[in-house]
Every structure is written in C-alpha cells, then in structure tokens.
Design a protein around this ligand. Sequence first.
Ligand code: NDP
Length: 434
Amino acid sequence: KKRNPNEPEFYQAVEEVLNSITPVLEKNERYRNTGILERLVEPERQIIFRVPWVDDNGKVRVNRGFRIQFNSAIGPYKGGIRFHPSVYSGIVKFLGFEQIFKNSLSGLPIGGGKGGADFDPKGKSDGEIMRFCQSFMNELFRHIGADIDVPAGDIGVGKREIGYLFGQYKKLKNGYEAGVFTGKGLTYGGSLVRKEATGYGLIYFVKKMLEQNGHSLEGKKVIISGAGNVAIYACEKAQQLGAKVIAMCDSKGYIYDEKGINIDTIKTIKEIKRQRISEYTNYNPNAEYYGNQRDIWNVKCDLALPCATQNDIGIEEAEKLIENQVKFIGEGANMPCTNQALELFLKNNILVAPAKAANAGGVSTSALEMSQNSIRLSWSFEEVDEKLKEIMENIFELTSKSAMKYSSKTNYIAGANIAGFIKVAEAMLSQGVI
Ligand code: NDP
C-alpha cells in the first residue's frame, strides 16, 4: 500500500487473488523463493500522459491518459481502454492486474494490460469524441503494436471510438497494421461475434456452471445491471437459452418488465439512439422505470448478472439478493462484487461465476480477431461463435478442476484465480528474473 498510495480498487483486486492462491504458495516453494508475487503486483510499465483537445466552443480541454503494461510473460499486453470520469491509476491498475489472470485462463497467447482516460464521453458531440480519440492516440501510438500491446474497448469505448483511435494510429504509423487494435468494425479487419462475445461468453460459462450443479437456464428469472455492450448480449443469449430477463439498468435508473426485456428496444435505445434506459417505457408501456440504479438488486431473481462496473454489489446489495433467494451470480463486469459480498455469497452456498473466467469471452474473441488479421482471413459468425463456446467451456473446465483440487468443488472464484496464476507463474519462472 505504501508503494501504491490511495488505490483501493487495486488493493481489492490483489487481495482477492492473494486470498485464493495462498494454498498454492504454501505448497510450492518455487513460487515463494523467486519473488513471483512481488513481480506480479508491479506493472512492467506504466504510461501516464496529457490528452489536450478542443471542444466545440473552441475551448482547450485537458484530460489524463493511461496505459498500464502489466505482464507480458504469456504474450503481448492485451486489454481494453476505458473512457469514464472515474478513471485514475487505481482503476487502470486493478483492471490490468485482473487482465493478466483472465488472459492466462483463456488459453491464448496474450499478456495483461489496460488503459483509459478520465474523459466523459456523455454529452459530447461526434466531433469532440473524434478529436479526443485522435489526441489520445497521438501519444499512445508509440507504445503499442500488433506484437507489443494490443488495446480494445471497455466502458465508454465502443466501435465508434475504436474507429477513430485506429484511424489515427494508421495515419501516424504510415502502414496498415490491423492487428494493433481489436473490436474493429467489420469493414476494416474486425471479427464477427466480437461485439457479442463478452455477453454470450458469460452465458456459456454460467450455463456450464448451472449444469454441473444439476440446474438449467430454462425459465430462470434474471436481472442484469448495465445496458452497455456486455449487458445487451448477455441478455440476448440468456433469453435465447430460455431464461427470462426481467430488469436492466444504466447509471441513472432501472427498468422492470415482467414479460421479459424486449432486447430489440434496448438495442435501439442504447446502440442506435444513445438514449437513457428510461426511454424503454415509451416503447413498452407495460414496463416500469425506477430512478435509482442500485435498487435493481431489490428485484427478486434466480440469477443476477452484474454487467455494469466495479463494486456494483456490496454487502447491502448481497444481503438483499440473498434475502430474495438468489441462487446464482455471474460476473459480467470486472470486479462487480466487493470481496465481502463474494464471501457472503459463498457462505450462503450461492454459486458464483467469477469475472476473470466468466467474462473472458471478449478478450478471447479479440485474440481470435488477431489471428484472423495475421492470416488475412475472416471466419464466419458460426465459426467464431463455435470457437468462443469451446473456449468458454475450456475455461470452465480449468476453473472447476482447480477449484476441486485446491479449494472446494464450487468455489469457482478460487479456481479461476489459481488456474490463471499457475500458468503465468510458470511462464515467468521459465523466463528468469525479468
Ligand atoms: P459500456 O460502456 O458499453 O456499458 C457500461 C454500462 O454500465 C452502461 O449501461 C453504463 O450506464 C453502466 N455504468 C457504467 N458505469 C456505471 C456506474 N458507475 N454506475 C452504474 N452504472 C454504470 O461498457 P461495457 O459493457 O463494455 O463494460 C461493462 C463492464 O464489463 C465493465 O466492467 C468492463 O470492464 C467489463 N468488460 C467488458 C468487456 C467488453 O468486451 N466490452 C470485456 C470484459 C469485461 P451509463 O451509460 O448510464 O453510464
């Protein structure tokens, strides 16, 4: 904490991993004697930079940009870019740290990194977004590359922003290096299923978890926080597999639709019109809107899927969910539950699909996008979806096996942390003290 002052989210992420891997460290002297832990929590490189841009009124604005290249033991740094006013080093570091283990679990050759800026895209014109992205890339371009560091989207960074970032990279580098960014549009090197991948992957993982414990998604009542990229496609896939999603939210409030969320309406509001979720009731008058986002956790459900942001479910929300007899949690967002909330779920025998494993479908499909860029071919939707499903099933098997070996059969949180850790630790050991 002395070396990383005032970064509570980073401490939280490290604490969760440390708690899980203690039994592995106790059994394995090699990990203790080689400074693996000390090296793992120290990013290989951190870049912090000025992002000046001009708004529509001609005023100069300045934001702070970040890229943390955390660990490259397994492959080039890989992880998204977040544009949100809350972004600072503690957030980027927690995300980068988690990314190391997630990418390791995916089984694909990618290291861990993350980036972002304390820029708020809300209410900005298209021109302002473009100028901001160009200025951000004016610095970032010298630190990334298809074999060095490959960014993607995250909160506030979707297809539009990636287009502007990629366009500026191309202009600065004078060459077409498609593999430097993932989440690209389909007309310039993007992969089918990347948009859907995190949400779909989450549901593929949750389905496996339910099946292993004698349940199915059929008829389950689901609530999903968020109405962004992850939430939308988690909702779509959950409904395709027979579950009923009855509530979703954005940062202002939540909607409740007893008949089941109309996913086409959500896509229209969020992906096309960029409106607030409160508009949903104009299209579906039988639904209800409530102006406090956190109250979504008061809605009774079997399966809760936090897909918005970190620390969405604290102890109070967890207690409410348990009181309402929730049975399963699937973490779509990164670190959406506090460590105390997770402990409470485990204590009450609620099955938790942990973020590092359950939301790894996005980065895995990004790695598939990199493969397609390298061989200059595009695979069909069905091909990529099949590969995604296979990857998520493998991640589940790996998670479940190490849970069984080192903890208890259903402690998938420990399972994911341990499986992710062992692969990175072994790669680091093989490469010497670097
Ligand atoms: P989006 O920007 O597409 O959507 C984010 C959603 O969460 C929006 O509905 C937003 O509401 C809501 N939200 C954001 N911040 C807050 C907050 N402080 N309080 C309440 N609601 C909030 O992001 P993504 O869907 O891409 O990402 C969601 C989560 O999933 C993040 O934790 C991200 O790190 C994680 N993730 C994303 C992956 C991806 O492939 N995109 C991959 C793996 C993890 P509003 O619009 O009102 O701000």
